[in-house]
Design a protein around this ligand. Structure first.
Ligand code: HEM
Length: 457
C-alpha cells in the first residue's frame, strides 16, 4: 500500500475482488471518516470469515456494527475502566515478574529472540484476565501456537482469497471452513473450543452455586464481567444506525460472551507482544535512549513491585511506547471503515458498502508531518505538546470505535519493560537484525528480535 500511495497519492481506489476500496492518507478526510461522519461509517472492513454480523448469534464487538456494536461496546467498556484495570494490575504484574524470572537464565549469555517471551507473557495475561486461567502458564499454553498461526495466515490463502473475490460466497466459505477446521483441529476452531468450554464451565459453576444459595462474589475475569454485564446506556431502535434486525437486549447472550472472550484473546495477545518486541528492538539499537529510560525507572520504581499509580509517572516510558508505535503501527489493518449509507468524504462521493482504509504506515513516517527525522527513533518528539493534526498518529485507530484495550496494552507494556530494565540492559549484538523482517497480514509482527540481556550491576 505504501508503494501505491507513493505512486497514486493521498486518495485512490482499488478493487478487492468485487469490493470497492478507497485508500486514504489525507488527514482531514480521515478525521471526517473516523470522527465527524461516524454515523455513516460505523462498520469496520469485513473480515472474510465473518458471516452475517447483524444477525448471526456469535458476533463480537470488533466485527459488529450499528446498534449491536453500540450495545456490545457499552457492555464491554467497563471491563477496561481505570477501576477495572487497577483490579487486574496485580495479575498483570505477577505475569511480568514470571517473565523476568524466565528471562534471567538468558542474561550475560548468547543472543536470543525476545519476541517469543513477549508472546508467552501477553497470552498468559489475557488467559488469566479473560479466560479464567488461575496461575501463570508460560511455555505450556497451546493457545500461543494456535493464535500465532491464525495471525500469520496470509490473506492470499485460497479460502480467504476466494472470500475476498466473491463476498456473497462468504457464508458458504465460512460454513465449509468451520466444518473443515473442526474436522482437522485447525487453530481457529481450537481457540473457539477453548473459549466455549471456559464460558460453559463458568455458567455451570454459577448455576450450581446459585442452587446452593452462594451469591456470585467479585468478578474473577472477563467471563464474570460479561455474565454480569448490564449497560446503563440507553440504546433504542430507530437511531441513525443500521435498521437491520436489532439485538436490543441489554445483557449479552451466551454466544456473544463466547465471541467476546474469543476476540479479546486474539486482540490482546499479538498486538501487545509485538509492541513490546518493537520497543525492545529500538531500545537495543539506541543505548542512549535506553539509558535515559533506565534512569527514569530507577527513580520511580524502587520497590519489588510497581504501583498502578507509579505507571502514570513514567513519562519517558510513554514517549518510548508512542514512538515505537509510530514507527511500527502493527494493527493498522483494523483502522478501516465500511460506508453504511451513501455520502461524501471531502468532495468524493462514496457509495454504501464501499470500504475505506487508512494508510497508517505512510502517515506515521511522513516527513511533511514528522520532519526530516521521520524515519528515526526519537522519543523526545513526544515531550512537548505540539499542534500536529489529530490524525497524524493513530496506532489505536480513532473516534468512537478506537481500540478498547489501549490502556490495558500500555499497562502491560510499562510493567513488563520497567521490571526488565530494573534488572537488565537490552543490548544489540552482531546477531541483532539490521532491519526487522516484517510478517503477517492482520497484524504486522517482527520475524524475530534477537538481542542480548546484560545483568545490571
Ligand atoms: C499495542 C497494542 C494494541 C494495538 C496497537 C491495537 C490497535 C487497534 C486498532 C488500530 C483498532 C481499530 C480501531 C479503530 O477502528 O478505530 C483496535 C480495535 C480493537 N482492539 Fe486493539 N490494539 C491493541 C491492544 C488491544 C488489547 C490489549 C485488546 C483487548 C484485550 C484490544 C482489543 C480491541 C478491540 C475489542 C477492538 C475493537 C473495538 C471496536 O470495534 O469497538 N486491543 N485495536
Amino acid at each position: 500500500m505504501k508503494e501505491w500511495t507513493k505512486q497514486y497519492g493521498k486518495v485512490y481506489g482499488i478493487y478487492e475482488g468485487l469490493i470497492k476500496v478507497l485508500v486514504v492518507s489525507d488527514l482531514d478526510m480521515l478525521q471526517e471518516l473516523f470522527i465527524k461522519k461516524f454515523d455513516y461509517f460505523h462498520g469496520r472492513k469485513n473480515l472474510v470469515l465473518q458471516g452475517d454480523v447483524d444477525n448471526d448469534d456469535r458476533v463480537h464487538v470488533f466485527e459488529a456494527r450499528g446498534l449491536r456494536w453500540k450495545r456490545l461496546r457499552a457492555l464491554s467498556n467497563p471491563t477496561f475502566s481505570s477501576s477495572a484495570l487497577k483490579k487486574i494490575h496485580g495479575t498483570v504484574e505477577d505475569s511480568a515478574l514470571e517473565l523476568v524470572r524466565l528471562l534471567s537464565p538468558q542474561a550475560d549469555r548468547g543472543a536470543f529472540n525476545i519476541h517469543v517471551y513477549y508472546q508467552e507473557l501477553t497470552m498468559d495475561i489475557i488467559c488469566r484476565i479473560a479466560l479464567g486461567q488461575r496461575t501463570t502458564n508460560f511455555f505450556n499454553n497451546p493457545l500461543v501456537n494456535f493464535v500465532s498461526n491464525l495471525f500469520m495466515r496470509s490473506m492470499r490463502w485460497p479460502p480467504f482469497l476466494f472470500g475476498h473475490l466473491i463476498p456473497p460466497a462468504r457464508p458458504f466459505i465460512k460454513w465449509t471452513f468451520l466444518k473443515i477446521a473442526r474436522l482437522f483441529g485447525l487453530s481457529g476452531s481450537k481457540i473457539y473450543e477453548i473459549a466455549t468450554d471456559a464460558v460453559h464451565l463458568r455458567l455451570k459453576q454459577r448455576e450450581e452455586d446459585s442452587k446452593r444459595g452462594i451469591e456470585p462474589g467479585e468478578p474473577a475475569d472477563f467471563i464474570d464481567l460479561f455474565i454480569d454485564a448490564v449497560s446503563d446506556e440507553k440504546i433504542e431502535d430507530g437511531s441513525d444506525f443500521s435498521k437491520s434486525e436489532l439485538h436490543i437486549t441489554k445483557r449479552l447472550t451466551t454466544p456473544e460472551i463466547i465471541a467476546q472472550c474469543f476476540v479479546f484473546l486474539l486482540a490482546g495477545f499479538d498486538t501487545t507482544a509485538n509492541s513490546l518486541a518493537y520497543a525492545s528492538y529500538l531500545l537495543a539499537k539506541h543505548p542512549e535512549k535506553q539509558k535515559r529510560l533506565i534512569q527514569e525507572v530507577d527513580e520511580y520504581c524502587k520497590g519489588e513491585t510497581i504501583e498502578y499509580e507509579t505507571l502514570g509517572k513514567l513519562k519517558y516510558m510513554d514517549c518510548v511506547a508512542k514512538e515505537a508505535l509510530r514507527l511500527y503501527p502493527l494493527a493498522a489493518f483494523a483502522s478501516s471503515r465500511t460506508c453504511m449509507k451513501d455520502t461524501t468524504l471531502g468532495d468524493i462521493e462514496i457509495e454504501k458498502e464501499t470500504t475505506v482504509v487508512a494508510d497508517v504506515w505512510t502517515i506515521h513516517r511522513d516527513k511533511t508531518i514528522w520532519g526530516a527525522d521521520a524515519e528515526e527513533f526519537v522519543p523526545e518528539r513526544w515531550e512537548n505538546p505540539s499542534n500536529r493534526h489529530i490524525m497524524s498518529w493513530f496506532p489505536f485507530g480513532a473516534g468512537p470505535r478506537t481500540c478498547i484495550g489501549m490502556r490495558l496494552a500500555y499497562m502491560e507494556e510499562k510493567l513488563a519493560l520497567a521490571h526488565i530494565l530494573k534488572r537488565f540492559e537490552i543490548v544489540a549484538g552482531p546477531e541483532t537484525e539490521k532491519e526487522l523482517q516484517l510478517l503477517g497480514s492482520t497484524t504486522v509482527s517482527p520475524e524475530s528480535v534477537t538481542i542480548h540481556l546484560k545483568r545490571r550491576e
